[in-house]
Each structure stands twice: as structure tokens, then as C-alpha cells.
Write a protein that binds this ligand. Structure first.
Ligand code: TMP
Length: 215
């Protein structure tokens, strides 16, 4: 077997603000990798395992002020620990590439920059909850998310919109925070413009994956 990536599981995460087209790009990458013959698993946070999906329900629905920020950070970490142990790590051990729609950077952005929990505290919490488990590659999408988030807020009847209802200031802080996180972690993160067509963004993502993961 000459394929340099065969048999080696990888963990790729996607991050970004609301409505930045992240879920579409996650799906496209998944399909491209499968076409290339790489065994892939698509998952998401909060969620991605039976228990973590139950915790997700507590977080994404209901009043915006239903939790104190620290409680919220703990719930996301609890869901993450469950997701990692039940879904992510077993798949990677089997040689599967796991692609997650959000991971720990979302906690730093939403609960840290957005809701005011100290980032240092969140990093400690992450170290405790996951034994400091970080992805091989994080794609951070940066684009016109604020505009689209407001559009979605007005149009959406989806009840999973608790964070989308957190207001303009909150979403502005988020946008900046993801860029900040990407810039502070250049060895793990690639910052990709989400502006342009879906295909243009997908091409940028594919280049980054090829470059960083040696495809
Ligand atoms: P989704 O809409 O991308 O599925 O994510 C659900 C929401 O959860 C989204 O608005 C971002 C938020 N979130 C956090 O606040 N902290 C986290 O750690 C994660 C993973 C998501």
C-alpha cells in the first residue's frame, strides 16, 4: 500500500459563527474524502453520541439566559467528553477520519469571548474533560456571518436557535474571537474565507486539507 494516509485516523474540526456555511462545507469535505477512498465519519457538537445529543437539547433550546455561563461551559465539556469517548476516539482508533461540525474552539468563542468565562479557565476545563485532546486540523470559516445570522433569526422556526437569539453584540464578538483563536493556533488552525460561492469555499478547504494532512 503506497497511500501515505491509509489506515491512519485523523480528527478534523470546523469552526465559525452562525450562518457562515459551515455545515455545508463539512458535508462537502466528507463526500470528497469518501470519494478518495478514505473512511470518514461525520459528527457534530454539541452532540455526536446518544448522551451528548441529550445534553445538546439542554443547550440549544429555550431562553437565552437559562444557564449561568460557567454551567453552560460545563455542559458543553460534559457533552464533549461523552462524544470523544463514545464516538471520536473509537473511530480514529479504527483508522477512520472524523470530521466534527464544531469542537472545543466553539466553547472558547461562545462561552469565553461571548459569555465572559475566562479563556484560561476554559482551557483548564478542556484539559480536565478531554485530557487536552485537540484535533489534527481545525478549519475556521470567516465570513459575512452576522448578516446571515440575523436573517436566519427572523426566518427560522427551528427551535434549536437559542444561541442565534443572543443578539448582535454577542455575534460580533464571536466573529472576532474565531479569527483570534485561529491566529493564536497557526499550527492547528487554518483560517479560510467563507465569502464567495460554495464551490469556491470548498476548493479552499480542500487545498488546506491536502496541504496540512499530506493528501
Ligand atoms: P450548531 O448550530 O452549529 O449545531 O451548534 C449549536 C450551537 O451551540 C451553536 O449556536 C454554537 C453553540 N455552541 C456553544 O455555544 N459552545 C460549544 O462548545 C459548542 C460546541 C457549540
Amino acid at each position: 500500500m503506497t497511500d501515505p494516509v491509509a489506515g491512519k485516523g485523523r480528527f478534523i474540526t470546523f469552526e465559525g459563527g452562525e450562518g457562515v456555511g459551515k455545515s455545508t462545507q463539512v458535508r462537502i469535505l466528507f463526500e470528497k474524502l469518501m470519494e478518495r477512498g478514505i473512511d470518514c465519519l461525520l459528527t457534530r457538537e454539541p452532540g455526536g453520541s446518544t448522551g451528548a445529543e441529550e445534553v445538546r437539547e439542554l443547550l440549544v433550546k429555550g431562553g437565552t439566559d437559562k444557564w449561568h455561563p460557567m454551567t453552560e461551559a460545563l455542559l458543553h465539556n460534559a457533552a464533549r467528553a461523552e462524544h470523544l469517548e463514545s464516538t471520536v476516539k473509537p473511530a480514529i482508533k479504527d483508522g477512520t477520519w472524523v470530521i466534527s461540525d464544531r469542537y472545543a474552539d466553539s466553547t472558547l468563542a461562545y462561552q469565553g469571548y461571548g459569555q465572559g468565562v475566562e479563556v484560561e479557565t476554559l482551557l483548564k476545563l478542556h484539559a480536565i474533560s478531554t485530557a487536552d485532546y485537540w484535533p489534527d486540523l481545525t478549519i475556521v470559516l470567516d465570513g459575512n456571518e452576522l448578516h446571515r445570522a440575523i436573517e436566519r433569526e427572523e426566518e427560522s422556526f427551528d427551535k434549536e436557535d437559542r444561541y442565534e437569539r443572543m443578539g448582535e453584540d454577542f455575534h460580533e464578538r464571536l466573529q472576532r474571537s474565531f479569527v483570534d483563536i485561529a491566529n493564536k493556533n497557526p499550527e492547528r488552525c487554518v483560517l479560510i474565507s467563507a465569502n464567495g460561492t460554495i464551490d469556491e469555499v470548498a476548493a479552499r478547504v480542500w487545498l488546506a486539507v491536502q496541504d496540512r494532512l499530506g493528501l
